[in-house]
Design a protein around this ligand. Structure first.
Ligand code: SF4
Length: 98
């Protein structure tokens, strides 16, 4: 939601991911320092790219790996977080650039 100042001096944007989750439209792919991609900021497991890169994977191979990981993603953390009451194993945001 965007709000603009009446005087035209700027605007403020609010991403209300708790009250208006948008996991289905999310594009937040993150790369960890170890070369794993995470398809959700609250993901618990990444997909390894470092191994294939060190084994000589081509750009096309890596693109296919990334597309494949994205195609099967089912992340819905913001949509279901209120039903998740216990502690959760997840990647820390400082690790993937929150
Ligand atoms: S909870 Fe995960 S899938 Fe949902 S919006 Fe946030 S990063 Fe995207």
């Amino acid at each position: 939601m965007r709000y603009r100042y009446v005087d035209g001096g700027g605007e403020i944007g609010v991403i209300a991911s708790v009250t208006q989750p948008f996991c289905g439209d999310c594009t937040r792919l993150r790369l960890s320092p170890e070369g794993a991609i995470y398809t959700c900021l609250f993901g618990s497991e990444g997909s390894d790219l470092r191994g294939p890169m060190r084994s000589g994977a081509s750009d096309e191979d890596l693109a296919a790996l990334i597309a494949g990981a994205w195609r099967v993603r089912s992340d819905r953390y913001s949509e279901i977080r209120t039903s998740m009451t216990g502690p959760r194993d997840k990647v820390e945001m400082y690790h993937i650039g929150g």
